[in-house]
Design a protein around this ligand. Structure first.
Ligand SMILES: Nc1ncnc2c1ncn2[C@@H]1O[C@H](COP(=O)(O)OP(=O)(O)OP(=O)(O)O)[C@@H](O)[C@H]1O
Length: 728
């Protein structure tokens, strides 16, 4: 292109720019390629550029200059540092696990061969004559220079006399000195052996004889029949490679991935080398633009098929603090659900503190996952039979081993899976019936009342003792304060939240406990198999700190347990299979969701942990309530009801309709009374021996009869109860 043409092109460009709106994005590539296509001219005259820059219509550059982003220091500061030591060296349980495995491996190998030593010895002895013959034969062949025989034969056959004579002379020389070596050895060796035979102690003689026999046996053994068999057969797992991952991703049917892998596509990038990570391989993958880890999680099964690995081995995960397309793909050597169930450290551990992390399970890589229960509440959800009760029981066993913790345990299914806890629990009930649901509700009321008491105690404490206005390990130790950890567990809590009579009150109490209980040392543990808004009030699911979700049907249940948008973020418990029992997503224990397999303690093991916890409690003097043989109060009554009625019905109102009373009660304590009906008040007063009665009122000139209370009845019963309490 000559300068004329070039100027013409830029004139055109300028006029285009002038026509367009200000700041319009120009297709510079097009312009550039037009330039290069038509000529050899390799640069724009500097005058042209400066003119552009000076004119007000300078095109807007939308791409940053090539070198952009943070400066060198910022990049160095922001760089991610790789751990100095490998994970297994930093984590004590992993180190212990690896050391234990090594000791076991060495021990097994040693024992295996020790048992077979007589067999190995007999085998070698049997082969020693053949070994001796091989040694003698080999020596004779060496002395007679047998290895040169084929060459001599060849020279003779080809009648190459010169070569033959040369080889024969070499042989004669060799035979001479080799024969001398052997003769000398025999001359020295025989008398030496004879002397040893006569003079050496029997032990040394036997040892040398045995060694000789074994060596001869080893020499006599055929190469294809090893004497020592293998103690362990190593499993060979196929290495995870980038082509395998690309092949698997390409088979997912995601258009963007196919485009990236196709001809001219940008391919798939791996920001770090694929490496061994625990008992599996870890690959970090940058998915093509626009593809998220959630897209892959949706197709985990297909991915596993593409990798030719069982589903339980393939665990794609989002990477914390990275873009949505960065995937950590961990491919285990063995399916997670095929590993031997691990009872975990609770089986043998001594005392625990709920203020510190307690063992809960292991992640895919076998590393221990702990949970801190204090200042938290836990929600466990899954389809029936996936391991909710076992997971809940793990947490309760940990709580049982903290002798200070008061346990209230309710299992509303009636299978008795939590029965071992009855040995240590202040209150325990199991059953699908109304009475158990009512008792569980009573427990909630008790906890709620205790919440009020705890709040008062904390408020009355000097600031230096309670600087953060919450229960501390120190305060929990002081028995007189009554600020010990209070753990209330309800398995199949949907039974309570869907109960005809109790659902409203149960939901209100639970919500209040979840909201206020954390700082006051109250821990609520809930497990449900029906995570929907009717069976698990949203106020509860929204306020729980730690969530564990095993297999569920779909997005709604997933997000109900794990929290809103978790499914979209790729945390999908619906991808677990039927055999993934006890395996779930744990959210809230650390910053990022984890896949965890809960420790598996069967009934007898749970029983033995509870027995140990019981003994520890007896020793510490903290065994209380039902576990201590005290009769539980099962009156089904709300302890504050009478006082509450007296508070909302002034003495001048002698008779008040139930509906008026509950309206006022709901204003006083919405968490307890909201949703009560007139009938419920009548039922709630019955255990106190108070009957409601028909009360007539004239409305619009007509007499309307409705059930109501007589205030003096309430006041009398309340006074009697107070007297009794004072006397008792
Ligand atoms: N961590 C685990 N590892 C291996 N297997 C487990 C684990 N947890 C539970 N299981 C198995 O799953 C089975 C069901 O467990 P569990 O009774 O806790 O389920 P669930 O969800 O409470 O059931 P349901 O909804 O019927 O009450 C148990 O019998 C046990 O064999």
């Amino acid at each position: 292109m000559n300068h004329e043409d070039e100027n013409e092109l830029f004139r055109r460009l300028e006029s285009e720019m002038a026509e367009g709106e200000p700041g319009r994005v120009l297709d510079f590539d097009k312009a550039r390629s037009a330039r290069t296509a038509s000529a050899e001219a390799d640069s724009v005259p500097p005058t042209d550029r400066s003119e552009e820059a000076e004119s007000g219509d300078t095109p807007v550059m939308v791409d940053p200059p090539a070198i952009s982003g943070p400066g060198l220091m910022e990049r160095i500061r922001g760089a991610r540092r790789n751990a100095l030591l490998p994970g297994w060296l930093r984590s004590k349980p992993e180190l212990l696990d690896a050391a234990g495995w090594l000791v076991g491996y060495v021990g097994h190998t040693a024992a295996y061969h020790a048992i077979r030593t007589p067999y190995y010895a007999a085998n070698l002895a049997a082969r020693s004559p053949l070994g001796a013959a091989k040694v003698v034969g080999g020596t004779l062949r060496w002395v007679s220079d047998a290895e040169g025989e084929p060459l001599r034969q060849a020279a003779a056959a080809s009648e190459d006399i010169g070569e033959y004579l040369k080889l024969s002379r070499q042989r004669d020389r060799r035979v001479r000195w080799r024969g001398a070596v052997v003769a000398l050895s025999l001359l020295v060796g025989f008398p030496a052996a004879l002397a040893c035979y006569v003079l050496a102690p029997t032990g040394l003689l036997a040892l040398s004889g045995t060694a000789l026999v074994l060596v001869l046996g080893r020499v006599g053994a055929p190469a294809d029949k090893p004497i020592i068999s293998q103690a362990v057969v190593p499993t060979h797992v196929e290495r995870l490679t980038s082509p395998m991952i690309e092949r698997a991703l390409g088979a997912l049917g995601i258009a963007e991935i196919n485009k990236a892998l196709g001809k001219g596509g940008e391919g798939i990038t791996f920001p770090h080398p694929i490496r061994q990570d625990g008992p599996g391989w870890r690959a970090d993958v940058d998915l093509p633009y626009g593809v998220t880890v959630a897209d892959i999680l949706d197709r985990r099964e297909r991915l596993a098929s593409g990798l030719r690995r069982p589903l339980g081995c393939v665990w794609p995960e989002p990477v914390p603090d990275e873009h949505a397309g960065r995937m950590m793909l961990w491919v285990g050597h063995q399916a997670l659900n095929k590993g031997k169930p691990n009872p975990g450290p609770l089986l043998n551990s001594g005392a625990l503190s709920l203020f510190k992390p307690v063992p809960f399970g292991t992640d895919q890589r076998g590393r221990g996952v702990d949970l801190t229960l204090m200042y938290d509440n836990v929600l466990i959800g899954a389809m029936p039979g996936m391991g909710k009760t076992f997971a809940l029981r793990n947490l309760l066993l940990a709580a049982a081993l903290d002798v200070r913790a008061e346990l209230l345990v309710w299992e509303l299914k009636g299978t008795g899976d939590l029965a071992p806890l009855a040995k240590v629990a202040a209150d325990y009930g199991s059953g699908p019936d109304d009475a158990t649901a009512a008792a569980a509700l009573e427990s909630l009321r008790y906890v709620y009342r205790d919440l009020e008491r705890r709040a008062k105690v904390i408020a009355s404490l000097p600031k230096d003792k309670c600087p953060e206005n919450k229960v501390t390990a120190e305060l929990a130790k002081t028995k007189s304060l009554g600020l010990h950890p209070l753990v209330l567990a309800i398995d199949e809590c949907q039974e309570l939240f869907m109960h005809d009579k109790y659902r409203k009150e149960a939901a209100n109490l639970c919500t209040a406990i979840i909201k206020r209980g954390r700082a006051l040392g109250v821990i609520l543990l809930l497990a449900t198999q029906r995570p929907d808004k009717d069976s698990l009030p949203t106020a509860i699911s929204a306020n729980v700190g730690t969530r564990f979700c095993m297999r569920v049907m779909g997005q709604t249940e997933n997000d109900m347990i794990l929290g809103t948008s978790m499914y979209k973020r790729g945390i999908q418990a619906s991808t677990f299979t039927k055999s993934d029992k006890g395996i779930g997503y744990l959210v809230g224990a650390v910053d990022e969701p984890q896949i965890v397999r809960g420790y598996y303690l069967d009934n007898p093991q749970a029983d033995s942990v509870c027995e140990r916890a019981r003994q520890a409690r007896i020793k510490a003097g903290t065994l209380s309530g039902m576990a201590a043989g005290e009769e539980p109060q099962r009156e089904g009554r709300n302890e504050t009801l009478l006082a509450d009625i007296l508070a909302v019905v002034p003495p001048k109102e002698a008779k008040v309709w139930n509906e008026t009373v509950i309206e006022r009660l709901a204003e006083l304590r919405p968490e307890t009374y909201e949703g009560w009906g007139a009938e419920q008040l009548t039922a709630a007063l019955k255990p106190f021996g108070i009957e409601t009665t028909q009360i007539g009122r004239r409305i619009d000139g007509k007499v309307v009869n409705r059930r109501g209370i007589i205030r003096v009845d309430i006041a009398r019963t309340a006074a009697e109860r107070d007297d009794k309490r004072d006397a008792g």
